[in-house]
Design a protein around this ligand. Structure first.
Ligand SMILES: [Mg+2]
Length: 245
């Protein structure tokens, strides 16, 4: 079972994340591998699963684990973390109240990403910024205190996300169990990733499989590749060395 992260692993980063798509040679290699008997392919990412499927453009049966594994779209079944839709409703409720509270404040705006909402105050005057932040805290604190949402703080950005303990490692375990259910076989996992969030997957696999960090970041993975171009070479090697049906 070959699982790979998308951005920075299968594809080079672009300034505009919207511009990232799987290249033709890499898509062809993955498509070939997905048709090989005994080989399972999956893509794991922080992006939404449907977005991932669109950017890969594969017709073959492949697993797409989006939102760091919180939603998984498999060849014949899928999975969504149970709390996800309730947390989205809550976030949307909070977003509505914040939008209303900050509407008279030019320069402050709320970015609504459906499963997360982010207050931006960079363009606001200091008094408006203070007022926007006060409204934000007033409206977000109950959910933050309840532990249903968490705060990710950036430079002049306050982002609220669902607080759900489910990560890429849980997604790897779910996919392994699903493969065993479908094919009655125990899988040996191989996982490639470049991000800190991929460490959860490396940890979940441990010595049971092969873990590959892409890039120079310190990692618990057992192997290392320098960049997505090297990942492409690996895919081509696998195409050349695995048996066609
Ligand atoms: Mg990545």
């Amino acid at each position: 079972m070959l699982l790979t992260d998308f951005d920075g692993t299968l594809c080079e980063f672009q300034t505009e994340p919207e511009a990232v798509f799987l290249s033709d040679p890499r898509r062809m290699a993955l498509a070939t591998l997905a048709r090989r008997p005994g080989l399972i392919i999956g893509v794991v990412s922080g992006r939404r699963a449907a977005d991932l499927r669109r950017r890969c453009g594969l017709d073959e049966p492949v697993y797409y684990a989006g939102l760091h594994g919180m939603e998984i779209d498999g060849p014949d079944t899928g999975f969504t973390v149970p709390q996800l839709s309730a947390r989205r409703d809550l976030l949307q409720e909070i977003a509505g109240s914040i939008t209303e509270a900050i509407s008279p404040l030019p320069g402050a705006f709320l970015e609504n990403k459906d499963l997360s909402v982010a207050l931006h105050v960079r363009a606001a005057s200091p008094p408006d910024r203070e007022q926007a932040e006060r409204a934000f805290w007033l409206l977000a604190t109950p959910a933050l205190d309840a532990g249903t949402v968490r705060l990710q703080r950036g430079e002049c950005v306050f982002e609220l996300l669902p607080d759900i303990s489910w990560n890429k490692g849980d997604a790897v375990r779910w996919i392994e169990a699903d493969v065993t259910r479908r094919l009655g076989a125990v899988v040996q996992p191989v996982y490639l990733g470049d991000d800190r969030t991929d460490e959860h997957a490396f940890e979940a696999i441990g010595q049971r499989g092969i873990t590959v960090i892409v890039g120079r970041r310190p990692s618990r993975a057992s192997r290392r590749l320098p960049d997505p171009a090297a990942v492409e070479q690996l895919l081509n090697r696998l195409v050349a060395t695995t048996k066609a049906p």
